[in-house]
Design a protein around this ligand. Sequence first.
Ligand code: LLP
Length: 446
Amino acid sequence: MNRTADSSSKTLSAFQYRNASSRRTERKRLYCEGVTVADLAKRFGTPLYVYSASAIRARFRIFDRAFKGIPHTICYSVKANSNRSVLRLLAALRSGFDVVSGGELERLVRISRKTAAKSVFSGVGKTPAEMRAALKTGILLFNMESEAELHALAACAEGMKKVAPVALRVNPDVPAETHPYISTGLHQHKFGVPMQRARELYAQAAKYKYLRVAGISVHIGSQIRDVKPFTAAMEHVAALVRELREDGHTIRYVDAGGGLGISYQHPDLSDENSISSAEDFAAQVNQYAEAVMGPLRSLKVHLLLEPGRSIIAPAGALLTRVIYQKNNGTKKFLIVDAAMNDLIRPSLYSAYHEIVPAELKEHTPTEKVDVVGPICETGDFFARDRELPASEEGDLLALLDAGAYGMVLTTNYNTRPSPAEILVEGKSAKVVRRRQTVSDLMRLER
Ligand code: LLP
């Protein structure tokens, strides 16, 4: 490994084990950058979301660099993790943003108008109020998903006498291997307009005085590990760009959406570089970039990308403490203080998250356990029949790769306040969202 890859691999690994010297036993402690997760849990309590600022930056830069061969803007997908400190950090790297609601847009507006202006607005049900807010801000692109939406935007734009730059999100009808709930690019899905109808709808759009055709967009799903479906989608898009240009439309932007998956499995955690190696991520993103850019090469377009998970998931973890252990004769349960309301991915998508102890002691035997939360549902689990180093009540665990679709999907089910969020940089740890209180939860009720 050369030196640059080696040093960025250190920043890329948001979480790493390091040896803790002790005369009696060999121990390794889990760190987020320069602080132990044990220290963070002690200071801020659990359950706790922890993010590494350096890892977010390193991942963004690797992603950006992979597309250097083509004019492009990375529009980080706000839905993956919308904490404003995270957004600010990305805005400072000159990221653009992908928003899907007036609320997400407002988060950007509160950072700065300039930040909000670098956003694309996607989603099948943008309301007129949301469209007006985006028109007022002056965003980069409206990704329109139906004829009805196109008409509604035209009416809003006309009313405000403001021109809206539009793209149609097309549905390329390509299958991508992922969980059915997060696959979006098939004809049967609610997203986009069928390829066959695109030309007719572009013709309609071009007739509106206050709509300006500016691009085309596509997004085939999320957590896609094989890059071939991206190429298939972009081939369809490239063919359509040619047709639309022949029809006289100006297609400057091609928005390729998000969707690049990550590996949630980390078989050798004790190796310092294994949690996320720089080379792995760079190689994977380069492969993805090739897959996306290939079909567009001769087209002279400005490429937009909307990554969420691949930037932020591995940069975050959810810390939780074992409250009790319980053995029912055939099964052992670790009951932890985080639950499905704090991280819903295992319950909702049968998602796998690596679970690792804050302190790894040498010669600790492993045991097969179910890691479950305190919520009154059988679906409230983080792992089933998982072989983990034996732990005790009071031990601290980290659920890895929880930086994306973790905090944003929290609920208050069982009147459980949401965790705090901490942004770590070097040895500094800042609360970027305080823990909710039960009073917070009742504030809006009569
Ligand atoms: N662009 C659009 C239009 C999207 O719908 C999405 C994600 C993205 C970009 C970002 O995709 P990413 O790069 O993060 O894959 N809650 C699920 C994931 C839902 C993804 C929804 N759309 C999960 O926890 O796996």
